[in-house]
Structure formats: C-alpha cells, structure tokens
Ligand binder design. Sequence first.
Ligand SMILES: [Zn+2]
Length: 327
Amino acid sequence: MAYNRYIYDKAENVLSFRRQKAFQDAEERRQKIYSKLPRVREIERQLASTGFSAAKAVADGSSDIKTELSKLKETNQRLQTELRILLVKNGYTTADLEEQYICPLCTDHGFVDGRMCGCMKNLLREITFNELNSLSPLALARFDTFDLSYYPNTPDENGKVPRVRMEKIFNFCKNYAEEFDGHGKSVYMEGGTGLGKTHLSLAIANRVIERGFGVIYCSAPDILEKMRFGNFSKNFSRETLGHLEECDLLILDDLGTEFPNPFSSSCVYNLVNKRILLQKPTIMNTNLSHEQIKKFYTERFLSRMIGEQIYLTFIGKDVRITRGRMK
Ligand SMILES: [Zn+2]
C-alpha cells in the first residue's frame, strides 16, 4: 500500500528518533562501563589498532604477510576473549557496548537492501491509524468507566426497563470486544443522544486495540467532509480510504448527522459495502430513529447496512443530563 508524503515524513522522524536514542543510550552505557572498568576502553583501542596494523601490513606488502596477519588475528582473538570475560564478570555483555535497535533487522533505518522493512510498514500503518483516531477521546471510554446506575431501573412508557436493556447491551459489547477476531458481525447502534453509544463503541475500540487489532474510529460527518474535499488533503488520501476499507474494525459514529446528500449517502454505502465484501466488521452509531434514517438513505442502503447487522437499540434518558443532576 502506498502512503502520502506526510505519513512518510512522520515515519522517518520516528525512525531517526529511534536511531538517535539507540546511540545515546549506548553512549551512556559505554561511559558507565569505561569509568567502572577502564581496561575495557584500553582493549577496544587495542582492537582498533590491530585492525589498522593488519591493513598496514597488507598495504606495505611486508615480506611475510601471512605470519604477520596470523599473529594479529591471534592478538585480536585474545583481546576479544579478555573483553568478554571481563564484561561478564561484572554483569555485562559485549552487547552493552553496542547500539540496541528496536528493529535489529534494519537497525531502525526502515529499509533492508533497498526493500521496506516490516517495522516501517507497521509504523506507516500505526501513524495513519493515529492520525485518523486523533480526534476521538479514545482513552477516556472504557468498559470499567461505563456506569449502569445512570439508567432508570423502572419501566418506561413502553414497559421496558432501561437499566435491564442497557445491561444486556453492555454485556453484548464486552463479549463482542473479547471475542473479536476480525471477521465477526457488524453492529448497528440506534438511540437518542447521550445514551452511551459512543462510550460503548470506544470501549470496544480500546479493548480490540489492546488485543492487537487495527481499529479506526471516526465520526461519519467528519470523514465525509474530508472525502468531499477531495482525496488529496494533507491527512486524507486514497491510502487513508484504503485503511478505512481494510482496517480490522471501523467505527462510524454519528451516522446521519452529516449533511444529507446523494454524495454522502453513496460514500457511506460504498465504504460499508466494501467492508462487508471483505468480511470486515463495522460498528455504526446513529441518534436517528429508523424512520428518520430512511429519509437520509435509500432502501438499498438500509437493507444492506442495517439488514445484515446486529441491531442494538439504546433506551433511557440522556445519561449526561442525569449525571449533571446527580453531581
Ligand atoms: Zn526494521
């Protein structure tokens, strides 16, 4: 997959920082070891000079290069052994004198023999995901911060008890996150504002990310706005769209609050449809009722988007208001 320059530059910065850090850390370790064991530095200098002597012997065309080189080799091995033993005796290894890279394969350069290293690929993906997720309060919403006591424990006008319903939904979401394998069912969450849809979606996102999957959370109006102004803005490219289509879990929040037009409707349809074809689950949230969403989207959209998904209806009163009153 190709990425735009902006994402590349960010990745290069991260790699350059990693290399610098590896160098600084190694330098610190070396200085510590040298001050404790001055002999280590002496050995290192001698080792460097045996290398130089060998090169000199060859360059000078000494009469007996073979004997001289084997002598140097012997000295070199003797010094190496002394160094190893001295370090181990004091609780170190020779690796402590060298740079420790996060990716030893490419020594944090991102490329090996002209080919992109796996660590660079991961980094590019991670940065793209972070860019897309940067506007969401991902860190704040977790299952353990979801409070069921804000939901009334008495039947509403339809005879349904919000807390009982929400407990079921909460347990469903928790299991969904625990059992998520990248190919499960999609989820459609419907209900008025402030009933916890965003909180539970983000809690799923957090848990699924913890379990090692790639998750993108975005508000539908926000992402549609970015799509509308071309695929060529700084943070949004065709590659970004590719991530939305292919990430393990996509969460589209606030569906239906975008400006309704055939463009947004077809964008959402194409995106979610592509994911259904790839068997990648999507979680969609909307504050609108079934009747209201019908006005925004076509029948085709509804049957495809909603028909094949797990349908969760949130009920109760706006818990943000309840929370305010309780304080
Ligand atoms: Zn690498």
